[in-house]
Design a protein around this ligand. Sequence first.
Ligand SMILES: *Cc1c(COP(=O)(O)O)cnc(C)c1O
Length: 401
Amino acid sequence: MSHDLHLETQIACAGVSSDTAHNSVSPPLYLSANYYWNDPCEKPQYDYARSGNPNRAQLEEALASLEGAAKGVITASGMAAVDLVFNLVNPGELVLAPHDCYGGTHRLLTARAKRGHFDVAWVDQSDPVALKAAFARAPKLVLIETPSNPLLRITDIRAVVALARACGAVTVADNTFLSPALQRPLELGCDIVVHSTTKFINGHSDVVGGAVLAREAKLGEELAWWANCTGVTGAPFDSFMTLRGLRTLFPRIERQQATASEVVEALVKDPRVEKIFFPGLASHPGHEIARAQQKGFGSMFSVEFAAGIDVLELLRGLKIFTIAESLGGFESLVCVPAAMTHASMTPQARDIAGISDRLVRFSIGLEHGQDLARDLLQALDHASVAGDKLAYFPKQATSCV
Ligand SMILES: *Cc1c(COP(=O)(O)O)cnc(C)c1O
């Protein structure tokens, strides 16, 4: 695929009319586990589906061109993608991770550090002073997640890359929250991008998958070697579905982020709302950095409601929003991170990360903005309680290795 074409064109064309067997326009699905050799001395392009498969290769290529990567690896889940990059770190070496990263990543890093696979230092990457102090410990790998989940904190990618380069650390950006349609971390200097393709990339909430994209071919080959070695590569059907979802990424995300702004606008002046975490608001501390490194503000936001609002009643009263984990799909979702997505963190870790029990996270889908705003306002009407009902959630974290 020619790289001077616009990204929209590249994904619309990915794999189209590439079938030489029957001239199918849409790429065919290859479910075969193995591929025959014409001769024992002639290894075919694909021989065994863990190592390679045409559907995975098409998705890999499309995502690599979207992120500006030399080489990609498609994994069975976003967590498999995140874990894959930690094969680059040896025992005794340090991983620098955001203190408010995705809950599953927090659990994975904690569990691996506990087993001595490597050391972990947690840092608020939006705080330049804390960041500088953390880099004094000479990390081997730095994980960036911007905007962060669920507080939408913005990390200055270029600033972290500069600090990482000075000490020879590999930089990895989890770009799940924006997708390459809105942010391209490799262009900003990162070495690796990881995705949960479960979210915006597939966008239809019907596949769990992941991807790792490396700016340099050599690093990409090393990661592909580990993916084959450990067997974390994605299933052919999942890649077929994800490429199908990916084709509409740009129009989906454009619409979703416009609607998110509209819904935020409807909430921002409501006295029942205490705080809105949305990088599109000029009052958001990361607004200017987001403007500089993103092509848009995305379709995720979180809200802390005033003390008189029972957030559980609020969730129960919503008619269009679905109570569910995940994000980035066509359907609008709502969750309480402390009880759902971030329940595996200890209450102490959540406190440090600033995730209160009253925080509600929204993922805006493809419904009409006016309907979503009206749904939220009617649910708020029914969720006002006298007094302050706090402490909804069990104070024990759910088990972690
Ligand atoms: C969902 C998510 C993951 C994990 O991906 P899965 O596909 O659920 O394994 C990692 N990082 C972020 C930011 C996510 O939102």
